[in-house]
Design a protein. Sequence first.
Length: 493
Amino acid sequence: MQYHPLQATLRQLSDGFTAKKFSSTEVAQEFINKINYLNSTLNCFISVDAERSLAQARAADAMRAAGKAQQLTGVPIAQKDIFCAQGWLTTCGSKMLSNFVSPYDAHVIERFNAAGVVNLGKTNMDEFAMGSSNETSFYGAVRNPWDLARVPGGSSGGSAAAVAARLAPAATGTDTGGSIRQPAAFTGICGLKPTYGVVSRYGMIAFASSLDQGGPMARTADDLGLMLNVMAGFDPRDSTSLQRDAEDYTRDLAKPLTGLRIGLPKEFFGTGASPDVANAVDAAIAHYRKLGCETVEISLPNMALSVPVYYVLAPAEASSNLSRFDGVRYGHRAKDYTDLTDMYEKTRAEGFGAEVKRRILIGAYVLSHGYYDAYYIRAQKLRRLIAQDFTEAFKRCDVIMGPTSPSTAFKIGEKAGDPVQMYLSDIYTIAVNLAGLPGMSIPCGFDSGGLPVGLQIIGNYFAESRMLNVAHQYQLATDWHTRAPKAIGEVTR
Ligand code: GLN
C-alpha cells in the first residue's frame, strides 16, 4: 500500500521503517515541518523542540540499524504537557508552571524513551487538566481541525487536535473524568482510558489522584494497543500502580465478535444526547448486531449522581494536590510580597486561572470541618454505589456501549461562562472514572454539520484487549476512523 508517512498509522510507520521505506529522522522532520506550518492556527502544541526530537529520531535510526528496534522504535508521538519530561518545559497548561523545565521523566516518558519513541512536543491542555474544552489553558484555546471556530474537547484537547490534523500519528492523554474520550470524540479519533492503576501516574502531574489515568490517543484501535503495550506496567513509585503480568494488548484484535453481549444502559439512551449523536450511536450498534453481537438493556441507576459526586471528590483531591504550588518549590513566584503568607497568596492568585481557583475553593470547602461528612464522605459512599451498578451490569454483558458525549464539538466560548453546563458535558464519561473501569471512544459517524461523533465502549476491569478487539472489528468493517478534516490542508498561515 502507498501512503505518505504523515497519513500513516503507527503500525504502518513501524512496518515502513522495517522495510526501509523511510527513516525515523525523515518522518520526524515531516511532522515537525507540518507542526511549524499549522501550529499557529491550531495551537495544539505548547512546546516543540525540533533539535531534541531529531536527536531522538537519529538515535532510533541507530537502534534500528544495530538490530535493537522494538515495535515502536522511531515512531514520533506527541506528549500531553501533563507528563514530566526531562529537559522539556512541562507546564500542565498553567502559568504556575510556565517556567518549569522538568528535571526528570514520568514513568510513561521513560517507557517511551526506552522503546525508542520520538517525542514530537508537548501538547496544549486545560489548566491542570480541569476542563472539557481546552479553554482553561494559560496558553489559549486549541482549535478543532474539523471547524476552527469550535473546541477540540478537553482536557487532552491539544493531543486530540494534533492527531486529528495529522500533526502527530498518536499522542498521550490523561483522563480524570473523560479527558481522553471526550476530545477523541470531538476530533474523530480513538482514545482509551485504561483500568485505574494500569498506567503509572509517576511524573504525571496530579489533578485528582484516585481518578487520574494516562492513556493512548491514536487513529486506530490497533495503534492504541501498540501504545498501551509501552505505557502499561508496574511502577513501584506509584503506590496505586498494579502489579500484573505484562500483556500484549493487541492479542485479541482478530477475534470474531459472534456472541458478544453489548449492554445498553437505558440512562445513556434517554433524552440526554443530541439527535445526531443518538442516530450515529444507534447506527454503530446496529452494525455490531450485523457482526454477530447481541444487545441487552441494562441500567446504571446511580449514573445521574456521577457528575455531582465527581465535582465533590475531584476538587477535594485537587485542593490537596495543588497545595504544592506555593512559589517555593517550583514554578511561578510573585515578584513583590511582604512576608511568607503574602508570597503564597500572591503567587497562587497570579499563577492559577479561574477554573483552578474555583476547584480549590470547592475542594477546601467540602473537606472542611463541619462539611466533610455532609459532602466528602457522602460522595465517597455514592461513588461505591456507582461502581456497584457497573458490577451488576457486567453480570449481564461483556461490554457497555453508548455515546461518549451528549453533543458534538461546541463553539469556542459557548460554554466557557457556564461551569455547570461545561461539567454536564461529561455525563457519560465520569462514572467510568469513579468506578476505575476502562473506557474508550472511537469515531462512529458525523452530525449534520460534518462534526465527528464518538461511540463509547466501556469494559470490565482489565478488559482492555477485549475492548480493542471490539473496536478493531468495527474499524475493519467501517471507515469513520480514516476520515480526515478537509479544512486543514487548506489552512494557511
Ligand atoms: N472535564 C472534566 C473536568 O473538568 C474531566 C477532566 C479530565 O478528565 N481531566 O474535570
